[in-house]
Design a protein around this ligand. Structure first.
Ligand code: HEC
Ligand code: HEC
Length: 358
């Protein structure tokens, strides 16, 4: 009975997806979606919204500093006009003086304040603080300790599939059951069960090189860039093979993170801003990863914290993963883990990705 119902639900989803998949739109650009976009052109709506969050966080203000309530398109607030000028100012500065690099951003001057300070602090440069040079390990030493801390290569390589169940909660009031499926290498599916409303789940999946998302608004194929990013995010939810992810790793510093001694490691990947990884200097585990999202105004950071590592089948996994941006926070709390169970491909593959957007 239950089985038949499952099949029935799946064929319904497949049919729904087929229909929606065929309609999978070309990537929309912000100037078409919004009414009054004059400088921030050529961005996807998501990138455009990240840009708004980037400005708010850089200046330490809410949206309402530049916008009159929900009327985002009107230009009635003076600050909005100033902001437009400032966007052009940063473009110009970077083009003229920094060879087109994103050297100057809103944050460079504003530092979280509306009115940047023009005066340097008193005594700066006259009082020397001694900074002992810390002896840093090599990247290989950090990675090997990390692999050991997770359970060691032998235990890690025994895992071929994984199903985690738990709960997803975010700062927008979202709170729902979460299911994370992995079939290594290359197939992943997350289901936020009933996230939109009862019966309407949000799916995000990767099958080999195709990334997609699906909810009641239809199916969206991820661009190659977003798929690559999503694959890395998945790897970090599980047991990342850091040497396969990064082109180059450099141990930058020994510092403090929330009272713990950490090694900060920079990971370079071609085509993306470098990422920062923070490894516990005592137990070797990864505590934090910071990625920077591409954005026309500057790098917009997103931080993921890995906590509550627990051992399952000889392998350690973070049972609490918190992701945060300047104006958003999401928590994944794992409650159950099953390894090496059978996960049929169809289960991970409910969506025919019709067309990949750019
Ligand atoms: C520092 C000023 C500033 C802040 C803060 C700001 N915006 Fe904007 N916003 C702008 C500017 C400038 C534009 C127009 C950009 C252009 O012309 O390319 C804009 C445009 C928009 C638009 C497009 C409206 C349309 O139909 O043309 C939306 C939507 C929007 N902002 C949302 C937000 C949200 C949501 C926030 C808070 C997270 C926010 N903004 C914070 C300055 C700001
Ligand atoms: C080169 C330094 C610099 C950069 C870069 C910069 N600003 Fe400014 N910004 C200033 C200064 C200086 C003022 C004037 C502050 C004052 O009046 O005290 C200002 C003022 C503003 C104001 C008006 C403040 C108010 O009272 O509403 C807004 C809005 C603003 N900036 C937005 C931005 C945004 C958005 C960016 C990035 C796209 C940006 N700025 C980048 C230096 C900068």
């Amino acid at each position: 009975m239950k089985f038949r119902r499952t099949i029935c639900i799946f064929s319904f989803i497949a049919l729904y997806c087929l229909v929606m998949g065929l309609q999978a739109q070309e990537t929309r650009v912000a100037e078409k979606v919004y009414k009054n976009v004059r400088v921030l052109k050529g961005l996807t709506p998501d990138q455009f919204n990240d840009t708004m969050s980037f400005m708010s966080a850089s200046l330490g203000v809410k949206c309402s500093h530049c916008h009159a309530g929900e009327k985002f398109d009107t230009d009635e607030k003076a600050a909005k006009a100033v902001a437009r000028d400032m966007i052009e100012l940063t473009y110009r500065l970077n083009a003229l003086s920094f060879g087109g690099k994103q050297a100057v951003t809103c944050y460079t001057c504003h530092r979280g304040q509306l009115h940047p300070s023009s005066a340097p602090p008193v005594l700066f440069g006259y009082v020397k603080e001694s900074s002992p040079v810390a002896l840093l390990p090599t990247p290989d030493e950090v990675l090997n300790r990390y692999t050991q801390a997770l359970g060691g290569e032998a235990a890690l390589s025994k895992i071929s599939t994984r199903l985690r169940k738990g709960r997803f909660q975010n700062s927008r009031g979202g709170d729902c059951p979460l299911e994370l499926y992995e079939k290594l290498p290359g197939k992943y599916l997350s289901v936020m069960v009933g996230y939109r409303r009862p019966g309407v789940s949000v799916y995000r999946g990767i099958r080999d090189n195709e990334g997609w998302t699906m909810d009641d608004r239809g199916v969206q194929a991820l661009s190659l860039q977003d798929t690559a990013r999503e694959r890395r995010d998945w790897a970090f939810l599980g047991t990342p093979r850091l040497k396969e992810i990064y082109d180059r790793l450099t141990v930058k510093a020994r510092e403090k993170l929330g009272g713990r001694e950490v090694f900060r490691v920079e990971g370079e990947i071609s085509g993306f801003p470098a990422e920062q990884l923070f490894f516990d200097a005592n137990n070797g585990l990864l505590l934090r990863r910071v990625v920077f999202l591409n954005n026309p105004l500057g790098p917009y950071p997103e931080e993921t914290d890995f906590d509550d590592y627990r051992e399952v089948d000889g392998v350690k996994l973070p049972f609490l993963v918190t992701r945060a941006r300047s104006d958003y926070r999401a928590i994944r709390k794992i409650e159950e883990v099953a390894h090496n169970i059978s996960i049929p491909d169809e289960k991970l593959n409910p969506v025919p990705v019709a067309a990949r957007s750019k």
